[in-house]
Design a protein around this ligand. Structure first.
Ligand SMILES: Nc1nc2c(ncn2[C@@H]2O[C@H](COP(=O)(O)OP(=O)(O)OP(=O)(O)O)[C@@H](O)[C@H]2O)c(=O)[nH]1
Ligand SMILES: [Mg+2]
Length: 312
């Protein structure tokens, strides 16, 4: 493990790819590895990109990669699709937009799907971010399809979160899930070349005006990504948000909050693992179930009984 950790710290891509497979498969060795690289993390700017399927996240990610590569920054990309069983080196069809970057050693792209991540996609994604951060990526982009709670959990790990909206969809921002609105640092109204873009922008701003005053009022940027319009605004918005985070110790506070969530989640996982690894006695379990069906036992007392016999 020490060797793998050292390789990651030198920026070795194959080592990083192997390490990501370890976390996806939730291999026991991953813990030692993550502990070894952890002290070397915290330098990357983690940018989350989320939004409805087809809103242009990958196209935007491609432009953002270009932007940072022109500054000779090292970029990592994790494309998460909770609805896809695919994972690993396979570049999904829609990731092809980023494929030219796959040949650039300054860009490391990894897809993660639900099947490859035993024990939770958001946990695996967080650990993959840790690995890319430790390997010295200056910027880590995390693209997730906006489908539910899982992507909200995933983007919570980002320092700066872009929520991509489009004029299409008719009833616009009302259809957005509440959770998604709250995590946005920057709203990107993409496909601004399409009809209705002005209305979408107005609606987002109206919604923000109605929200309780937030310490950071999310910025709203319109982009026509295919025409390369509005992108400079987007880059400067990302810079502005980063500067905001770095001022007045906010980044430190943010990282502290993230660390707290991470510890709580780990403790929860570990308790679950320990409990269930000790309740493997099917016959005992069967007996409890029979008693419950006969109403000589209730589920609450059964749970207590199980816990009494467990070493945490
Ligand atoms: N008209 C228009 N089309 C765009 C724009 N940006 C992206 N597209 C197109 O929208 C389609 C979807 O783009 P993607 O980048 O694959 O969208 P995505 O959000 O990554 O999609 P998923 O990963 O499948 O959720 C592609 O055909 C793009 O060419 C834009 O600004 N204007
Ligand atoms: Mg995509």
């Amino acid at each position: 493990m020490k060797e793998l950790a050292e390789k990651i710290l030198t920026g070795d891509r194959r080592a990083a790819a192997r390490a990501i497979s370890l976390v996806e498969n939730n291999e026991p060795e991953k813990q030692e590895l993550l502990s070894q690289i952890y002290p070397h993390t915290g330098k990357a700017h983690i940018i989350g990109i989320t939004g409805a399927p087809g809103s242009g996240k990958s196209t935007l990610a491609d432009r953002i990669i270009d932007h940072y590569r022109k500054q000779e920054l090292q970029v990592g990309v994790i494309a998460v699709d909770p609805t896809s069983p695919f994972t690993g080196g396979a570049i999904l069809g829609d990731r092809i937009r980023m494929q030219e970057h796959a040949l650039d050693p300054g860009v490391f792209i990894r897809s993660m799907g639900s099947r490859g991540s035993l024990g939770g996609l958001s946990r695996a994604t967080r650990e993959a971010i840790t690995i890319l951060d430790a390997m010295g990526r200056d910027v880590v982009l995390v693209e997730t399809v906006g489908v539910g709670q899982s992507e909200v959990d995933i983007v919570k790990m980002a320092d700066t979160t872009l929520v991509v909206l489009t004029p299409a969809g008719g009833d616009g921002v009302q259809t957005l899930k509440a959770g998604i609105m709250e995590i946005a640092d920057i709203f990107v109204v993409n496909k601004a070349d399409m009809d209705g873009a002005d209305r979408t922008i107005r609606e987002v701003n109206m919604m923000l005006d109605l929200s309780p005053s937030l310490p950071w009022r999310p910025l709203v940027v319109a982009t026509k990504t295919l025409q390369n319009e509005g992108l400079e605004d987007l880059y400067s918005s990302i810079r502005e948000h980063r500067a905001y985070l770095e001022a007045e110790g906010r980044l430190r506070e943010f990282r502290k909050k993230k660390a707290r969530l991470e510890i709580l989640e780990l403790v929860e996982h570990k308790i679950k693992d320990r409990v269930w690894s000790q309740v493997h006695d099917e016959a005992y379990f069967e007996k409890l179930l029979e008693q419950i069906l006969k109403k000589t036992l209730d589920p609450y007392s059964a749970a207590d009984q199980i816990l009494e016999n467990i070493k945490l």
